[in-house]
Ligand binder design. Structure first.
Ligand code: AMP
Length: 664
């Protein structure tokens, strides 16, 4: 089995980890950061940007830059609350009521999974570079409270990135794995996971490498963003009162407000007050308008009191479900950047009166745990065993629209549960199996995961046919449902993906499209890199020419200086007319010309410590020396990057010809 990586796909940031020599470690991205912003964007030229690059254009290009997408994953339009829709880009429902994100610059609509797939692809690309091997599979984490559709959609996102998901792992369980994987003593642990967009709580008992999840609960629509929004609303409401302008209606202003709010929120975790300054945020009848204000922690906490109350509910539910009391808990593990807020910290202390464990970095702990799980799956870590639970009850709709629960929440997974149902009318030839997930009594109040029909039931009085319906939940928390008519043996089974944003055909189509596009994208990226490299080389050459002219005068190393100038012009010209084949050759020629110039200058310096004098006085005699073979034996510039390419190299030939024409 090839190497499996662990991916924490966060609302705000994503992290990738791997097991090396039996220990989990986080892999830095190509920009050198251990966390990658979960932001995707398209530049004005339709170039795909992922991570920090995309984040940088959030304010200037808000319509084409997408953040917080995890809130849309696997959700239908009607499930979204107002907060989720409060983003600076356009989100809409398609004909099937699935969420679609509009990107004006590419003139396309994307399913959230598709865009999130690009984040996974970047994480994998960076990890492949680091590990120098290709990666095909991963453990991907999701909030424990994600329902079946959200899990399916996360798996689709990985599929679109060309990655096989070996396991979907609950984030708090991953955190517990990271926290307890090398601890020997038994303990009861509460994992409190408040990230950018979701909240999860899990209770686990850890003993001798066995991780037993007892209960889990949460809120997939509550996270750090909601705290930011409180500040955004406060700033916008004050501004509205004063100037009668609603800043939330302007994309750019909204994005600037959001960024300032998040910054202020984070600063208030360490300071008791923080200034907020947003110059030129709008324009009134008398000219530009600004925001200059101060937010103190007490005011911020006052604004967020309903959010703090909402955090309490899942904690109480999980404690009730586990049968534990707060006194039973030995350790509290904090996960997610939002647990750094003092008000959250205090809330946790009022629930469990012990100091939370600080042994793991809350930003990385989930990816570290995913890497541990990857190690368990690949057989590298043999002494660990993980027993997780299903977060939400699963059942069928029965007569009168009632929900009949087959698998109650917090049942250990994998699990199979079956029950026998019958017809409600005489001679009924088919039954509809309608699958729901949730805790409400009426099916309609829960989340519909999909429905299918079992037909061909022989005529019989009402209540006589026996239809056995079985639910299978695998270790990923994904559901498979089957129905069998016991009289005929006729069976129908389906994977449920009712609420997923993409159906199977769409996923397959997008994978095919992505494969076809991959080649095009690679070529496009290569050409962008090629142009960027050429621009860097131009800047270097210009600097070098200027420095040499300053130090040695315009004719100090005239032949080599002119060679660089001509090669430089070639590079500029081919860049301008976008002739990439010629550009490659011209870049080689310029590199070689620069190499010649550097070699010449270093020789000058060696011959005479006073370079100006040295060159001016000894140029004639030096010339012969410089081009005699013996001279270069121990020269520091003697490493030639284009060695061996010379004879074939168009650039070199051009230079030679050109050299002869002008200088001999
Ligand atoms: P995560 O999804 O774990 O990366 O968490 C990201 C969330 O944590 C974002 O909403 C951040 O604004 C928030 N966050 C990060 N650092 C801090 C901090 N020092 N104080 C408050 N919130 C923070």
């Amino acid at each position: 089995m090839g190497r499996i990586v662990g991916i924490d796909l966060g609302t705000t940031n994503s992290v990738i980890g791997v097991l090396e020599a039996g220990r989990p470690l986080v892999i830095s991205n190509s920009e050198g950061s251990r966390t990658t912003p979960s932001v995707i964007g398209y530049s004005k030229e339709s170039e795909l940007l992922v991570g920090q690059q995309a984040r940088r254009q959030l304010v200037l290009n808000p319509k084409n830059t997408f953040s917080n997408l995890k809130r849309f994953v696997g959700r239908t339009w009607e499930e979204l609350d107002e907060n989720s829709l409060n983003v600076a880009y356009t989100v809409r429902a398609n004909e099937e009521e699935c969420v679609r994100v509009t990107c004006p610059v590419t003139e396309r609509e994307y399913a959230p999974e598709e865009l999130i797939g690009s984040i996974i692809r970047k994480l994998i690309d960076d990890a492949e570079k680091h590990l120098e091997e290709s990666i095909e599979s991963a453990v991907v984490t999701v909030p424990a409270y994600f329902n079946d559709s959200q899990r399916q959609a996360t798996r689709d996102a990985a599929l679109l990135a060309g990655i096989r998901v070996e396991r979907i792992l609950n984030e708090p369980t991953a955190a517990a794995l990271a926290y307890g994987f090398d601890k020997k003593s038994a303990s009861k642990v509460l994992v409190f996971d408040l990230g950018g967009g979701t909240f999860d709580i899990s209770l686990l008992s850890i003993s001798n490498g066995v991780f037993d999840v007892k209960a889990t609960s949460g809120d997939t629509q509550l996270g750090g963003n909601d705290f930011d929004k409180k500040i955004v609303d406060w700033l916008a409401d004050e501004f509205l009162k004063e100037h009668n302008i609603d800043l939330r209606r302007d994309r750019q202003s909204l994005q600037r407000l959001s960024e300032a709010a998040e910054k202020a929120k984070q600063e208030l975790s360490g300071l008791s007050k923080t200034p907020i300054s947003l110059p030129f945020i709008s324009t009134g009848s008398n000219g530009p308008l600004h925001i200059e204000t101060v937010l103190d922690r007490r005011k911020f906490e006052y604004l967020c009191k309903d959010l703090i109350d909402r955090l309490l509910i899942p904690v109480e539910t999980a404690l009730n479900d586990s049968g534990w009391t707060a006194d039973d808990i030995n350790d509290v593990v904090l996960v997610g950047g939002s647990t750094r807020m003092p008000m959250v910290h205090q809330l946790i202390r009022t629930i469990v009166p012990i100091e939370p464990s600080q042994s793991v970095n809350p930003d990385e702990v989930v990816a570290v745990g995913a890497a541990v799980q990857a190690g368990i799956l690949s057989g590298e870590l043999r002494d660990l065993l993980l027993n997780d639970v299903t977060p939400l009850s699963l059942g069928l709709e029965t007569v009168g629209g009632l929900m009949k629960v087959l698998i109650p929440r917090n049942t250990p997974i994998p699990v199979r549960q079956a029950d026998v149902f019958s017809t409600s009318e005489a001679n009924q030839s088919s039954v509809e199996i309608n699958v729901w997930q949730g805790e409400r009594q009426l099916a309609n109040d829960n989340k519909s995961l999909g429905k299918f029909r079992l037909s061909g039931i022989p005529p019989a009085p009402r209540g006589v046919p026996q239809v056995q319906v079985a639910f299978d939940i695998d270790a990923n928390g994904l559901l498979q449902v089957s129905a069998t008519d016991r009289t005929t043996g006729r069976k129908q089974s389906v994977s449920i993906n009712g609420g997923s944003n993409l159906n199977e055909n769409e996923v397959n189509k997008l994978i095919k499209e992505a494969q076809e596009k991959a080649d095009f994208d690679r070529r496009k990226r290569a050409s962008i890199d090629q142009k960027n490299n050429a621009l860097t080389l131009i800047a270097q050459a210009e600097r070098r020419l200027r420095d040499v002219a300053l130090e040695f005068g315009p004719y100090g190393a005239e032949r080599q200086q002119r060679a660089v100038e001509v090669a430089l012009r070639d590079v500029q010209e081919f860049l301008e007319i976008n002739d990439l084949a010629e550009l490659d050759l011209a870049v080689s020629a310029l590199q070689e010309a620069l190499f010649g110039l550097n070699r010449r200058i270093s020789a000058e310096k060696r011959v005479d410590n006073n370079p100006i004098q040295g060159i001016k006085n000894t140029f004639g005699s030096l010339k012969d020396e410089l081009f005699s073979d013996d001279y270069w034996d121990d020269d520091p510039w003697d490493y030639n990057p284009n060695e061996g390419k010379r004879e074939r190299d168009y650039g070199r030939k051009e230079l030679d010809r050109w050299d002869n024409d002008y200088y001999n």
